[in-house]
Structures are given as C-alpha cells and as structure tokens.
Design a protein around this ligand. Structure first.
Ligand SMILES: [Zn+2]
Length: 301
C-alpha cells in the first residue's frame, strides 16, 4: 500500500488489482517498440511484463484523508459485474479483496465521505456499487458521489458515448444510475472547488466529459489525471492515444496540459493505471518530457 504525503494531506493507493494489462500495440494504435530506447525504466518489470509482452496495469482508487474527510478518486472495476465482451474480459465477474484492502487502510465503506470519478468508464466506476440480494446498491452509503455533469450527459445522450463505446452502457446501468437514483450524486462543472484545495477541472479527449482532480495543500500539489495518461510511455510519446480515447486531438492537448502543469508546478502525478509506485514527477526538456517514479515520496509501503 503506497501512501504519499502532499502538504498536509495523505494520499493512499487502495489496490484492486495489479496485473499485466493490454498488449501495447492493442492499447496504443501508434505503438512502436523503439519507445523502449527512450527511457530504460519503460522496460522495467514494474511497467512492462516481458513474458506476456503486456504493459503492467494497476487498478486502484486514490484515497485522500484530511480531518473528517475520506475521499476516493475512481473506484476500479468492481466485483460480480458481467463484462463478457472480449475487450472487457479482464473485468468480468471479479471477486477481488478491494474492500479488505480499504479496511486494511483503516476505512470501512460507511466511513467514506466522498467518491470522485474522473470519468464513467468501466474501470473507474466499478466499486460505486455492489451486489446485495440481486440489486446494485451504493457501496459507500454515506458518501457524496461527484460526477462531471458533462460526462454524465455524454452517456445519457443518444448521440454520445453509447455510440463510441456501446459496451460501456451496461456499466452506466449497474455502476452509475443506481447512485443517481439513490440521490447521492453532486454534478460538477469545470473549475469546481470540491473542498478547500481540491478542484475538478475538465480534461476532455479520453471521453467528452473526462476530468482531472487537482489537490493543492500548503506548497505541494498533486494531480489525478484519470486516463489522460494510461502508461508512462505516453509521457515520452505524448501523441499516443489509447484506442479508448474518443477525441484524438483533444486527448493529446489535454495530455500535454497535464504534463506542463506537473512540470511547472512540480506537482505529483497520480494516474489511474501506472505500475509501482504508481505516481511520479514530470520533467520537461527542449524536445519533450520525462518521468521520474516517486519512490522516495512513499511514506509507508
Ligand atoms: Zn482507465
């Protein structure tokens, strides 16, 4: 369990799974294996599973604790969910000890005060709900759930996300709509201050209403970029979109804006899927960017 200190806040990774994910040539249509010559660390076992040829893929929530607040950013894939289509099979009928991992961090589901979803894809909303007596019910009954208004409308629109990624509509049905029906959602717009020092900003491209979360605490800052970046290799190849990015040019613009913010502000980058230690710093030089894993910042492991 990695915990980072950001100013006066503690940010802990709550693991759902850490496994080889997609083949990079599948995930990134522009993939070229010469990227491994760009930086030795990209081929290190924590980012690259050489035996299978797949990138290492983490599924986790970032938990921010401050005073009485217990905030989860993104909620992984969830248990018991039917995701039978081949591209989603890694997420199909899971029985993972995510809630045990949360408990090991000292938090029961009812202790969670807020859940923020960067976007509404299958691997970011799963633990919003769990199956009880055949019904999908909110996993965190005392939390307010923060969704981007634009993102929610995108998945409600007949010309929106259901066209580009129809297999995600079942996800909306079992992991998003039950939260709306329970009256637990607060919809937010670009620039919303969610709590002191915690901001939601539009970061479109991966999905139309995709957002990122910024945490500013004392002199420190962290950014949770969601799927603006799936893998460290995209720090070096900022043009590479995942095959799940809806708007190619917007996704590239957002990715570079995230990297510029991180390098200018010296902000800790805490993405949704990077291998261990799951976060790092961005350096900028004349021809591009570099990634430095934040091993030194982990205050408990
Ligand atoms: Zn994702």
């Amino acid at each position: 369990m990695s915990t980072f200190k950001v100013g006066s806040h503690f940010v802990t990774r709550i693991e759902e799974m850490l496994t080889p994910g997609f083949l990079p040539e599948f995930l990134f249509p522009d993939f070229d294996k010469r990227v491994f010559l760009q930086a030795k660390l990209l081929a290190a076992p924590r980012f690259w599973h050489a035996e299978s040829g797949k990138v290492m893929s983490s599924m986790h929530s970032w938990m921010i604790r401050k005073d009485r607040h217990v905030i989860l950013i993104d909620t992984g894939c969830g248990n018991d969910k039917s995701r039978a289509l081949p591209i989603f099979q890694r997420f199909h009928q899971l029985h993972l000890p995510y809630l045990d991992n949360l408990l090991a961090a000292g938090v029961k589901p009812e202790d969670v005060t807020m859940v923020i979803c960067t976007h509404l894809h299958v691997d970011h909303v799963g633990w919003n709900t769990r199956l009880v007596n055949g019904q999908w019910v909110p996993t965190f009954p005392n939390a307010r759930y923060i969704f981007s208004r634009r993102e929610f409308e995108h998945w409600q629109s007949p010309t929106g996300g259901g066209i580009t990624l129809p297999e995600n509509m079942a996800v909306i049905a079992d992991s998003v709509l039950p939260i709306v029906a329970a009256g637990l959602v607060d919809f937010v717009d670009d620039g919303a201050q969610i709590l002191p020092g915690l901001y939601f900003e539009d970061a479109p491209g991966h999905t139309a209403g995709h957002g990122m979360i910024k945490l500013e605490s004392d002199r420190d800052a962290a950014v949770f970029p969601g799927d603006s970046l799936h893998q460290p290799m995209q720090v070096y190849m900022t043009d590479w979109n995942s095959r799940f990015c809806e708007s190619a040019d917007q996704a590239r613009t957002t990715r570079r804006a995230v990297l510029d913010y991180c390098s200018d502000r010296k902000a800790l980058l805490l993405p949704a899927h990077f291998g261990a230690p799951h976060g790092g710093y961005i350096t900028r030089h004349a021809t591009g960017y570099g990634f430095k894993p934040a091993d030194d910042l982990v205050v408990s492991g």
